[in-house]
Design a protein around this ligand. Structure first.
Ligand code: ACM
Length: 265
């Protein structure tokens, strides 16, 4: 079995040190193969410009304060930690997710579908949807609003993902139910870790919807956090359940696909 967990909290904008301290407190004594933190867990969400955010962004190589603290934490939790973070790339800033273990950054994913005002500070992601392996489980990452584009989860599933790690800062009300379909139609597990709380910038406020969740390959909710409040929820899963794409006796979710019938651009 494979232990997965969500780590819901309320990141403080522009306070990397406070956010590290919160995650350290929440994960004290926790052991898990895969833990998922929210989107932009190092920096907070609302920013006007890339210049405002840049001091809190860091490289995807794991050398910065947030990812290096998470690597040390991963040594204690005994597995991989997936987190959203503001990434400083060569061309500019990205709204990214990183998978880290005690030794290194296993993979960085740059958010493909930027939501609303994210399009000001961040560049659109250029990594595409890829898979990494940990203890025999195949894991793929997507970030928040990517869920609204079925192609994101589908691409990860077609590339072999058994588990989707999904850091989020959700403000619209549909993801927690929408992801039920993403899991069902791809027969994958998903861990959507959302944040909670409200941020305000230049007179505009956003309230994040919490209710982080772990779903199985039939879209069943194995665990769900409250709308508000810190939460660490763990589940035991068998990732190989995601290798069975059969529906009843005569259908197969992937075998029955007919790409020639689909509009593909
Ligand atoms: C979102 O993509 N943070 C809504």
């Amino acid at each position: 079995m494979f232990t997965v967990g969500l780590v819901q909290f309320c990141p403080v904008r522009y306070d990397v040190r406070a956010n590290v301290a919160t995650v350290e407190r929440l994960l004290a004594g926790v052991r898990a193969d895969l833990l998922v933190l929210p989107e932009l867990a190092n920096s907070g969400y609302m920013v006007a410009t890339a210049a405002d955010l840049d001091p809190y962004a860091e490289l995807g190589d794991g050398s910065g304060p947030f990812l290096s603290a998470l690597r040390q934490l991963a040594a204690r939790t005994g597995g991989v930690i997936v987190t959203g973070f503001a990434e400083r790339g060569r061309a500019g800033l990205y709204n990214s997710a990183a998978a880290v273990d005690a030794d290194r950054v296993l993979q960085v994913y740059r958010k493909t579908h930027l939501f609303q005002d994210e399009q000001d500070p961040f560049l659109p992601g250029d990594t595409g949807f890829r898979i990494f392996e940990h203890r025999g489980a195949r894991i793929g990452m997507m970030v928040c609003f990517d869920w609204f584009f079925p192609e994101a989860a589908r691409t990860l599933a077609l590339r072999g993902a058994q588990v989707i790690a999904h850091p989020a800062n959700l403000v619209l009300p549909w993801c927690q139910t929408g992801m039920v379909t993403r899991c069902l139609e791809n027969a994958v597990f998903a861990i959507t870790t959302n944040r909670y709380g409200t941020e305000t910038l230049n007179g505009k406020s956003l309230t994040f919807t919490g209710a982080s969740q772990i779903l199985d390959t039939k879209g069943r909710r194995l665990a769900q956090a409250d709308v508000e409040g810190d939460a660490v929820l763990l589940c035991e899963i068998d990732p190989t359940a995601a290798d069975d794409k059969r529906i009843g006796t005569r259908n197969d979710l992937f075998g029955d696909r007919r790409p020639g019938m689909y509009f593909d651009r």
